[in-house]
Design a protein around this ligand. Structure first.
Ligand code: MN
Length: 235
């Protein structure tokens, strides 16, 4: 009996879907590294012709924080860091399985959301310097606040549009989806050569320049044109 577990198995995290009473069950969370040239430069890299690379965040309720429309959600300042960074990102929600997906095939996209790839930058950098995995810098509790999913049909494919983050009302990140080195189509094509994508997968597509630190008490507002903004306070 596969349901005869010694303790209750955790349920999937559900993200709200705009225009629907149903929610989106999260399966895996893939993230793209250095996908805007100006951000790659600020991190000390030459963005020219570097293929996309990927890492993952956990998919459990302790890591993913759904941020409903019109609400400010609090997340705790994480342990063991003095340099806790925001990264505003476009999140792609996958609704149909596939591998080796062609860039022109948008049928696997369920919709889009606004998300934050919260990062313990000091720990990530230490791991990077030592050639070690990034998990302690990227895959910690409450590290992925994500807003409601707007279905693809609402806006069509998102290839351009403003992406912005404010902290306490001041703009700290401001770019355009057109500046993605690997746009959504290319990212899905590349990622699906490495993993079979499945319904419920999320792809955090990378952050533009302007990343920086936040402290307890500060409130971030992240937005992408056409999608529900997210309000997140550090406590
Ligand atoms: Mn990121």
């Amino acid at each position: 009996m596969s349901d005869n577990f010694v303790f209750p198995a955790p349920a999937a995290v559900g993200l709200p879907i705009n225009g629907s009473d149903a929610s989106f069950p999260v399966r895996r969370v893939y993230c793209v590294g250095r996908n805007y040239a100006a951000h790659a430069r600020e991190m000390g890299f030459d963005p020219d012709r570097e293929p996309p690379f990927f890492f993952c965040k956990p998919n459990d309720a302790q890591s993913i924080v759904p941020v409903p429309e019109g609400r400010t959600v609090a997340i705790p300042y994480p342990s063991r860091t003095d340099n806790y960074h925001y990264e505003i990102e476009l999140v792609v929600a996958i609704g149909k399985a596939g591998r080796d997906i062609a860039p022109e095939d948008a049928s696997h996209i369920f919709g889009y959301a606004v998300g934050l790839d919260m990062t313990r930058r000091d720990l990530q950098m230490r791991m990077r310097e030592q050639g070690r995995p990034w998990e302690i810098g990227k895959a910690f509790d409450y590290s992925a606040p994500i807003g409601p999913i707007t279905p693809l049909a609402h806006n069509g494919p998102l290839d351009s549009g403003a992406i912005t983050l404010t902290v306490d009302g001041k703009i700290v990140q401001s770019s355009d989806l057109a500046n993605l080195i690997w746009n959504v189509s290319d990212t899905i094509a590349q990622l699906s050569t490495l993993f079979e994508l499945r319904p419920g997968d999320l792809i955090m597509t990378g952050t533009p320049e302007g990343v920086g630190a936040v402290r307890p008490g500060q409130t971030m507002v992240g937005s992408v044109d056409g999608l529900s903004p997210i309000h997140v306070q550090i406590v």
